[in-house]
Design a protein around this ligand. Structure first.
Ligand SMILES: *Cc1c(COP(=O)(O)O)cnc(C)c1O
Length: 227
């Protein structure tokens, strides 16, 4: 496939996905490994938010794309990258410990910035995955509600990756139940507004289960070399 036609394909697929979802559902283009031209094609077709997993890659792509879109951190955030992350991102979807929350809050205070954040839930309870276990989320939320430079706005989950996307449904359902329960607690400085779940193979199921942020990569851009 020539360069031009693959960029056209990205635009067509983005248009198709945007037309197929409710306008209240936010499409985050998971853009790891993509060229600036590919990301730009997605933006041209209507993508308003791009998600990155690695700070260095995001910094590099930022040079070309700039702030014409919102930037979401969707990968695990390391302590030594917090400073750059606070500068670059409009939302951090992957807060999963008190320590990380405190570091981000402190850096935001220095920068005079309020950072919208989501808590990443390890809904599959997989020991090799990032995210906080569902049973520990209440404690973390109460701590975050006291951090004045963070605005907790919801939850994010990956869920286990299965061949069959239907198998992810119970994990999405469980995360939605946690989301609804936390919303009812009505904690000060906590607004349960966004539920980020679903990827290329599972976003339709995630939306059925209440997601209003979906993070889609492969479906928009084609297969990645890694993974
Ligand atoms: C890569 C990635 C996605 C998108 O996955 P695809 O299968 O390419 O759609 C979503 N969320 C996170 C956290 C990712 O790292």
């Amino acid at each position: 496939m020539s360069e031009i036609s693959s960029l056209n394909t990205i635009e067509e697929i983005v248009t198709e996905v945007l037309n197929s979802i409710h306008p209240d559902v936010m499409l985050v283009a998971a853009s790891k490994t993509r060229t600036p031209e590919e990301v730009q094609a997605a933006i041209h077709a209507g993508v308003k938010v791009i998600g990155y997993n690695y700070i260095q890659e995001a910094e590099r792509i930022y040079q070309t794309i700039g702030n014409v879109v919102q930037w979401h951190m969707i990968g695990h955030l390391q302590s030594n990258k917090v400073k750059v992350a606070v500068k670059l991102f409009d939302m951090i979807e992957t807060i999963d410990s008190v320590k990380l929350a405190q570091l981000v809050d402190k850096q935001c205070a220095l920068e005079n910035k309020i950072m919208p954040v989501l808590i990443e839930i390890n809904s599959g309870k997989e020991s090799n995955k990032t995210g906080i276990l569902p049973e520990n989320v209440d404690k973390l939320i109460l701590k975050i509600s006291n951090l004045h430079n963070l605005r907790l706005q919801g939850l994010m989950t990956m869920g286990p990756r299965f061949g069959n996307p239907e198998d992810a449904r119970p994990y999405f359902k469980a995360t939605k139940r946690t989301f609804d329960r936390l919303k009812k607690l009505d904690i000060p400085n906590v607004e349960m507004k966004y539920l980020s779940m679903g990827m290329s193979n599972s976003y339709k199921i995630a939306i059925e289960e209440g997601a209003n942020i979906i993070r889609v990569g492969t479906k928009l851009f084609g297969g990645r070399k890694e993974n």
